[in-house]
Design a binder for this molecule. Structure first.
Ligand code: BDR
Ligand code: CA
Length: 317
């Protein structure tokens, strides 16, 4: 079986990404690296521990990542996405305190160790800022040629951003790190707003989880309903919430959920109106080796069916 590492700023849709990865029969989730973003690093890390415990998977290690971007010296509580993910990152649903601690090993070292151990069988799914992955590449550049695939949630090519007209949230947190990852020779697939904003979940689906009558079904329904309400109240989408992060997991396992175009992409990290933009690099227009496959279309019906089949089964247990 292929091995998967998630790199999460756990968050509501990151929580759904954990569930998808656990439920998919084709991969082994071997660890979660924590990031800042939807909330502070420590809160996001604790959310991952709590969710794994809720799902009966205390066997999966959670690693501490870096607490802020590579170009700043802090990430503070004022930068947390409370409106969208709640004060605690998981829709203000209270879950029991975790019964175990984070791993001693750092997330960066775990990346390096796993890359050497599993090589092409390793899939990495960053669904927060790419600070940890960029740091791992800096510490051991060799891993770029070892890892099988990195499918990240972030960026926008054919649509506008969600934090500025050009920037998507994950990329906007650390554009320099994202640019370093883009230029690293890693095999990359971008699952950005181009496809995630079209892949919606509604309360018809969360209702099914609640009706399972299990603790996990109820908690995930409550967590996700907060997110669906936020999309409605903030007028992001009146129909439902975007399945950003779990779509990246699905595509990492089965790339046929999306169609892609290949290009040589860069991230703008210089201050100014284009800060955080993911765009083709004019200097590399004739480069025969494009660095990113960018998802531009999605078979959302097939994906949503796979998503619901997996999560219904997971929450039933
Ligand atoms: C991304 O930003 C975060 O808030 C979400 O968890 C998702 O990873 C969407 O832009
Ligand atoms: Ca996320």
């Amino acid at each position: 079986k292929r091995k998967m590492i998630l790199d999460l700023d756990t968050g509501v849709d990151d929580a759904l990404a954990i569930a998808y990865a656990l439920a998919d029969p084709e991969v082994d989730l071997i660890g979660i690296v924590s990031s800042y973003g939807n909330n502070l690093l420590d809160v996001c890390a604790e959310n991952s521990l709590k969710l794994l415990e809720l799902l009966g998977h205390t066997d999966i290690p959670v690693f501490k990542g870096l607490p802020h971007s590579c170009t700043t010296d802090h990430f503070d509580v004022m930068q947390v996405s409370k409106d969208i993910h709640g004060d605690n990152g998981i829709g203000d649903v209270e879950l029991p305190a975790p019964s175990r601690a984070l791993e001693e090993q750092s997330g960066v070292d775990f990346y390096i160790e796993a890359a050497h151990k599993y090589g092409k069988d390793l899939i990495i799914i960053p669904t927060g800022p790419m600070t940890n992955l960029a740091a791992a590449l800096k510490k051991d550049p060799e891993i770029a040629d070892l890892i099988g695939n990195v499918t990240f949630m972030g960026g926008a090519l054919t649509v506008e951003g969600n934090v500025t007209p050009v920037a998507e949230a994950n990329i906007n947190q650390d554009p320099k790190a994202a640019d370093e990852v883009m230029k690293s020779n890693l095999p990359l697939t971008m699952v950005g707003l181009d496809v995630t904003l079209r892949t919606l979940l509604t309360k018809n689906e969360t209702k099914q989880w609640r009706e399972l009558g299990t603790a996990s079904g109820k908690a995930f329904a409550d967590i996700t309903d907060f997110y669906i309400d936020a999309y409605y109240n903030l007028d992001i989408d009146k129909r439902g919430c975007a399945l950003h992060d779990p779509l990246a997991v699905g595509v990492g396992i089965d790339p046929s959920f999306v169609s892609t175009i290949s290009l040589f992409m860069k991230v703008v990290y210089e201050e100014g109106p284009y800060y955080g933009r993911t765009i083709g690099d004019n200097a590399k227009l004739n480069d025969p080796n494009p660095n990113v496959k960018v998802a531009v279309n999605v078979d959302k019906e097939r994906y949503l069916k796979a998503f619901m089949d997996r999560l219904n089964k997971l929450f039933k247990e």
